[in-house]
Design a protein around this ligand. Sequence first.
Ligand code: C2E
Ligand code: MG
Ligand code: MG
Length: 642
Amino acid sequence: MVQIAELTKDRSFRNRLILACISVALFVSVTYVVVSYRLTSELGVKTELNAMNLQARIIHNELANSGKSLDERAMELARILFAENQDLAVFVRVTGHDASWEYANKIPSSSVPELLNAISQQPQDSQGQVTTATGDFLWHDYQGQQYRVQLIQSNTALERTMSMVAKRLSIVSLIVFWIAIWLALTLSSFIAKRVQQKNDALAKIATHDTLTGLPNRLFLLDLLKRELGEAADKPRPDTARQETEGCLFVIDLDKFKVVNDSFGHTAGDTLLVEVGRRLKSLLADSQVLVRMGGDEFIVWASGMQIDTAKALAEKMVEICNAPVMINHLAVQTGASIGIAHYPTHAGSGEMLIVSADTAMYKAKQQHSGAVIFDEPDSEKYKASLRLRTELAQALEREEFRLYYQPKVALATGEITGVEALSRWHHPEEGILPPGAFIALIEDSGRIQEFGRYVIRHSIRQLAEWQKSGIHVPIAINLSPYNLLDPGLIDFISEQLDANGVEAQQLEIELTENETSQNINSIQQRLESLKQLGVLLAIDDFGTGMSSLAYIAELDVDIIKIDRTFIFDMHDNHKHQAIVATALTLSKSFRSKVVAEGIENREQAAMLVEMGCDYGQGYLYAKPVPSEQMTDMLRENPCLQLA
Ligand code: C2E
Ligand code: MG
Ligand code: MG
């Protein structure tokens, strides 16, 4: 993982830049000194050799034109030419047809043969430079008409060069060096500033979400690592880390994918930004809100205890449940929140997220808003994750089957219709009830596909029964998000036509709770369904917060009273009142009432007494596979004594 610290602070960069500039300056200065020095010393040697050539010629001409003896004149010349520089090591040899003469200063006669020998081994030339054990020498060999003049002298060009240029060179190189350092400092501070700005921008991009501007996963992991340390992934921490505590909330929007698919991605984005803004408004400055990606947010509240966390989570759920206006539509998703406490539920940041995620998953399945992590939930969470990955295949392999539960006329026990309830025939897990997979399907964005699957199979079943002379309507359960499917009405109409089934044979049950909150966005679809002739039922009536106006507006055909009110109606007066209200309502709206979850005769008798005509429950029959339902419809259409 990229370390944020690496991105934000690259202090060594400036030092490296300065070092590089100084190295370049040093290199330039050294090159300058070396080149200048070599050039100057080569020039010095050349000048010296020219001077020696001139001296040799003078010696030759003077000797040739002089009337004096060779020794005498040569000695005179040597004095004139070399007297000024007594320190100079010189050797002169003049040889002619009649005589020869030698002069040596500061060159021991013992080293002369060695010198002459070294010169003779040099390439055939009249002058040059030779180095022996005695030192470095320049030589010139002049062959005149009468005499051969050989001149050898120590090479003083180097010393002279040094004395002449060394001072100037060092001054210039010092100036170059200082200019380079100044340039390096100015440049490096400029570049370092630019790099820092770029690094800051990069760090912001890497650690923040571009849509909401909130910090992201990388930021959170880094923060948790800093606050909680690099702890081992064990549930109980060591004493050293016990002072730190805090709560982590994983907030996942419900059915966000459906909203995204139905209203478009721009609407989805608007929703996310708004939810982010609302959540932030609930938090203190020290609490951190992070967008983990998709429709998942995380809050890290350092120092928070579980009790306080629960209260905060409830506020979060409430604020997320409020609809968001998008394109004049009130879009509502809601949120499921999982809470995990450090150090009670995890020993490291990453495990804390996993724990809170597990709790969130439970909240999602139970539709319970906020849930605190509980160790045994982990296994269930893992199992659900596995199921989620198997959904697509299950749809393809048609592993979902419709079971049917009869609805009866309470007075006679006659079957007046059936409700189709989905079951997943899982190859390993066995038969799974809707509670184990509907939320998964809704959350995975496949609910519209699943809705069409249920519609197709139930209409096919209606056609089959019709062929064998059975005419009972089938009620199917649809999620309100199915109604956001733009092709739903056409699809139902095509399926009915293709199978030769009347629209009145199909009933659609919509759960009260969710429908009432999304009424604005689905109203038009519901009207189209009604026009098609399909019957509408409000399911689980009493559990939602529906207003009467909304029921009237929907013009529903059937109201199904939730079984929680039937279950204890004999000794719960409030529940009795709700049943009575539903019955009164149904009369004025001219809709039928079906009581759900009738399990005993006492309940059935009481409902009949209160004027409820229809019911459904284990007293009559449990949901059964299609074949069994077919037999039941054929052989036992009156279920009163079941
Ligand atoms: P629901 O539509 O209210 O269905 C009635 C639920 O109550 C069924 O549970 C049924 O088995 C159960 N039930 C019926 N009579 C009794 C009784 O006497 N006592 C008790 N304790 N329970 C009884 P099931 O099949 O588990 O379905 C649960 C919920 O899942 C359904 O509630 C419905 O909202 C949803 N569901 C089922 N199938 C589908 C589907 O294909 N699509 C969608 N979107 N939701 C579905
Ligand atoms: Mg139902
Ligand atoms: Mg129900």
